[in-house]
Design a protein. Sequence first.
Length: 575
Amino acid sequence: MSFKKVVIIVLMLCTCIPIIICAVYFNLVYSKTLMDDLEKSIITNIEFSRQNIEKNMRYLEDTYMRVVADEGISQSLNTFKYSTDQYEKNQIKSDMTTELQNILNFSSSWREKVIDTFFVFMDEDNYVGVIRHGKQQALIEEHKEIYKNQKLLKKEGQYFLSKTNDDIVYLTRDFYELEQFQPIGQLVMGINVNQLVKSDASNDYLDENVQLVFDSHGEILSSSLEDSSTQVSDQIYMNRNSSQIFETIINDKAYFVGISRFEYYDYYTAILIPKESVQQKQIKLSRNFTIIILSMGAITLIIGLIVANFITRPLKLITDECKDSVDKNFMTKLPEFKVLEFNNISSAFNTMLAKIDYLINQVYRKQLLLQESEMKMLQSQVNPHFIFNILDTIAWEALAQKQKEIYGMINSLADIIRNNMVYANLETITVQQELNYVKDYVYLQKVRFEERLEVDVTVMDEAIYQFYIPKLSIQPFVDNGIVHGIEKKDGPGRLEVNLRLEGNTLICLIEDNGIGYEHSMEAEHKHTGTGISNVNKRIKLRYGEAYGATVHSKKGEGTKVVLTLPVDRKGDQHV
């Protein structure tokens, strides 16, 4: 047997034996591992689902308590109860609708779209409500029917299924007068079940599983099963308090089932994973493992051939060259080998021939080469999005407290921050967008200066609004005129912004009647600061030295800035 064949057989045995052992071990432990994985997936998904539903139900409870505790709605219901004037009743219903909408705007259930409709009934013919979407008249009639059914049952906290929308269930609650705790109204909430049970959980069976939500009587509140059954099966109901995974059959289809009870509510959530999908996964993994074993065997054979050839080729070459060296007058040389042992043989053979060749005055030389490389670094940025969210919350709170001036100030500041975020990656924006910056900034300054400040913006041509200019190229000059000019002036101040076209050039004039200043390097830097200088540099770098800002100022008379820009209709596409 040749040395090459021995090498191939040894490599095949060293590779295949561990693979066979792994395959046997895999078959022994895979079934248990698969069931453990299935149980973990079900438990994880149940936990996510339960926590999410409980969170949404707490949101619903919180919304109910906010409405009940609202003094305005409570007083309106009491006034309505004893009022005989129809006009007064209509006014009360209008005020209640507005107050109800305001409460819902701050409700997590409304924002998360868990609540679809919210009605407050004084009696069958008198009610107020807020509807997110849908046909209003049909929804009103359905709410009235729910109200009548609730009055017949005389039991609060009832759920009613919608007859027009399978995704909606209605929850009824009594509205109590806070002092004497007497019912003065009835709440009917339309709840979107899909949003109520929506979960961000993920597992390998998420696309195939079935989710059920049912009460302590087995009545289904939410189901992703295709059948129209309103009650869970007897086996599921009997195992509702079990923590074990069990099998059940629904519509001739086998499922693995896990059930969890809500912590604070008398409801259950169940996750059903088709047994067929688990078996398919097992077959798929077994098939993949078989393919891997066969592939590794084929790769091992190929590697064996390559390694055997790698080992035997130098031996054959050395043998052949030794035989031919005498016939070629010792001119034969063996190549260098990557294997150390073969390379030592080659080196010794070549040294011997070199000594012989040295005797006939032949010398051989060798050379080496070097190379180098370079690397670069990246930068990152921080997104200030959270600041806008906080300002937006404060603005809504100010509006709820009827502080309209504070609401306007915060809105203007929020608009400035929002625009900074939207235009963060843009070098140019439209004139309209830039003037929006100016408008929000001027609004904030007018609150401060009151009647002392008057600002007038004039655009001579409607087309100018759509031209592109460098971002924040007008607002800094307006800020400069107010802070350094008008603020230090006794008496009222006026600032004018005028935009006009002169051929293919856009001229923007910003003029104020502030204190002005005498021209000098020190005075100009103190009066304008680095912001104005940066605007001028940005314009010249983008459009060339022919464009930019020119400042004319005289102490005691005011300051005039002439901003010269090309007509740019493409913005950041401009070259």
